[in-house]
Design a protein around this ligand. Structure first.
Ligand code: ADP
Ligand code: ADP
Length: 227
């Protein structure tokens, strides 16, 4: 439930300093569900990665709840990110996969246990905790990846095409689950997708990007009625 300000943010790559994100300016309110759409290569992931601290900001500032985070390492940001290829640790159990981030942060064991079991309950994966990722279906693995993120009860939730590897039926089901999770947890969410239906059904506002630039920021209705 954090406010995020991206203040004229740029990302340059390479010797020519080619800008892949240009003058990205956006204020995101608490509990918003923002969806980034736009063609492949337009800078959506790079923007998410800068918010998460996985990518340096070339120019501009990012503030989370009025705190400048440009130089804050990822582990010190109250942010959880879920990727498209939700790499789970194959040799760990599901329990250990979900607990991993909390263990890194040296939380007491009983607190970790409570948090893991709560996240597992929310996502309906309690009965798989002793299994390994290879023993789960794609949809179940995607739930585990979400479990790893929500277990920390983050203020900000960044999702980079988290459903794109799932079949159509599961995608619809997980979409409903994400909407429910957002209502329940209230984390400020930024969601990257290619899928118009996902954008329409989930977004409080849609950010349309092209060639590193914001083209439009509006409600789903406005984006599709007045593109
Ligand atoms: P999207 O998520 O919208 O598909 P990305 O943010 O992944 O787009 O990429 C934006 C642009 O930045 C692309 O042209 C991509 O090739 C380029 N890019 C991404 N990462 C790097 C990198 N590490 N070095 C150079 N160029 C990169
Ligand atoms: P210790 O070695 O300190 O006795 P345990 O590894 O037995 O601790 O775990 C303590 C608690 O954590 C247990 O009560 C259990 O609920 C939970 N726990 C630990 N590992 C798992 C696991 N793989 N699956 C489910 N619960 C676990």
């Amino acid at each position: 439930m954090s406010k995020i300000l991206l203040n004229h943010v740029y990302k340059y790559y390479g010797k020519e300093k080619q800008a892949v994100v240009k003058d990205f300016h956006l204020e995101i309110g608490e509990k918003e569900f923002i969806v980034f759409v736009g063609p492949s290569g337009c800078g959506k992931s790079t923007t998410l990665r800068m918010i998460a601290g996985l990518e340096e900001i070339s120019r501009g500032e990012i503030y989370i709840d009025q705190v400048l985070v440009n130089d804050l390492p990822p582990k010190d940001r109250d942010i959880a990110m879920v990727f498209q290829n939700y790499a789970l640790y194959p040799n760990m159990t599901i329990y250990e996969n979900i607990a991993f981030g909390l263990r890194l942060r040296k939380q007491p064991k009983h607190e970790i246990d409570t948090a893991v079991k709560r996240a597992a309950r929310v996502l309906g994966i309690e009965s798989f905790l002793e299994r390994r990722p290879s023993q789960l279906s794609g949809g179940q693995r995607q739930r585990v990846a979400l479990g790893r993120a929500i277990v920390r009860n983050p203020q900000v939730f960044l999702l980079d095409e988290p459903l794109s590897n799932l079949d159509a039926k599961l995608r619809v089901q997980m979409r409903a689950e994400l909407i429910r999770l957002h209502k329940q947890l209230g984390a400020t969410t930024i969601y990257v997708t290619h899928d118009q239906t996902e954008a329409m059904t989930m977004a409080s506002r849609i950010v349309v990007m092209k060639d590193g630039l914001i083209q439009q920021v509006d409600t789903p209705e406005e984006v599709y009625n007045n593109p």
